[in-house]
Design a protein around this ligand. Structure first.
Ligand SMILES: [Zn+2]
Length: 71
């Protein structure tokens, strides 16, 4: 069957993910930046925060080193 225009409207309204895949447009949840890790579990968000914290510290560290060089 061809994809009807109505499916596009539904897609714009929002995705409906089941098992990491959108049942509306078929998009994979992995393409989303805030995608839920497939490992599952409530503690699966911790690695994400760790990465965010690490990148933030790196930015601060590099900014400090740059200002040191400039002074
Ligand atoms: Zn979708």
């Amino acid at each position: 069957m061809e994809i009807e225009p109505e499916s596009t409207a539904v897609r714009a309204a929002g995705h409906h993910y089941v098992d990491g895949r959108c049942t509306v447009c078929g998009a994979s949840l992995a393409t989303n930046k805030i995608a839920l890790p497939q490992t599952g579990g409530t503690g699966s968000l911790q690695p994400l925060f760790a990465v965010l914290l690490a990148s933030g510290k790196t930015l601060v560290a590099s900014a400090r080193s740059v200002s040191k060089r400039n002074s």
